[in-house]
Design a binder for this molecule. Structure first.
Ligand code: 16G
Length: 262
């Protein structure tokens, strides 16, 4: 069982012990948007310095577990959003969570595909592509900046359609008859780009999830999108299957922990 007081003998730093205590409190007792005890109360309750208390809270704010409102206090953040690992659109995903999806066009133009974009979309460098940069919001809270590329050939005239507060996937389907049927995605950790930090209301140097998606229709690449999702608002959850040995392999080897390959 975790202690509910600070152990001064512990090798675990005091701010870290307080962080654990606060996490337990958040999980067990506090709903989101609930006010947490003030710094002064925590100082008194746990016999810590103000600096140590602040350090624990700063950590939890950076991790997206708490948020501050100047002059009001520190509150429990909403649980992180699980990034879907399906070919859903941002709009569908937010509606399914009961949140209001939003989209703001930051940049829209037709340009010449560079090497990487051309390769991803099966084009030749210099071929025309729609380039769009969008800020995505959920209940007005900025969640991600998405930079998408779509071959002009597959969606001619898309540049005349506003995407503000609209779904790109719905427009592709309704207006251009494109039904995306397959996708692939790479997700890696990153540090927010300084311009994106302003849009996403993050401090410079904050963590983001960098997501690169390609979506296809009938085997043809339709979309390449590179997005920065707020690291304090998103997490990934994956189900894990136990490795299964091929049926031909001897059952005597099952305790080796091998995955049956090689
Ligand atoms: C998701 C996709 C993005 C796609 C967008 C379409 C990820 C990481 N990205 O945000 O590639 O362009 O949905 O959403 O999932 P929309 O139809 O709401 O515009």
């Amino acid at each position: 069982m975790k202690s509910v007081s600070i152990d001064p003998q512990s090798a675990v730093p005091k701010y870290s012990q307080l962080r654990e205590i606060l996490l337990d409190l958040i999980d067990a007792e506090l709903a989101y948007d609930a006010l947490i005890p003030s710094e002064r109360e925590l100082v008194d309750r746990y016999g810590l310095s103000r600096m140590t208390v602040r350090q624990a809270i700063n950590h939890l704010v950076a991790e997206g577990r708490l948020y501050r409102i100047a002059g009001k206090g520190t509150f429990v953040a909403r649980p992180k959003v699980e990034m879907p690992l399906r070919l859903t659109s941002f709009t569908e995903d937010m509606l399914a969570r009961g949140q209001r999806p939003g989209s703001r066009d930051l940049e829209r133009r037709v340009g010449a595909a560079g090497g990487k974009v051309a390769k991803g979309l099966g084009l030749s460098p210099g071929d025309p592509v729609h380039m769009m940069v969008r800020l995505r919001t959920a209940d007005e809270v900025p969640m991600a900046v998405e930079r998408s590329y779509i071959p002009v050939l597959v969606a001619p005239g898309l540049d005349d359609v506003t995407l503000t507060d609209r779904s790109l996937y719905a427009i592709l389907e309704e207006r251009f008859g494109i039904e995306l049927d397959h996708g692939e995605q790479t997700i890696e950790a990153g540090i927010v780009d300084p311009d994106d930090a302003v849009l996403l209301e993050l401090r410079p140097g904050s963590a983001v999830l960098l997501v690169e998606r390609r979506a296809f229709a009938e085997g043809r690449p339709v979309e390449l999108t590179v997005s920065a999702y707020r690291g304090d608002r998103y997490q990934l959850h994956v189900g894990l299957d136990a490795p299964r040995l091929p049926a031909t392999q001897s059952p005597g080897l099952t305790s080796s922990g091998g995955d049956g390959h090689g």
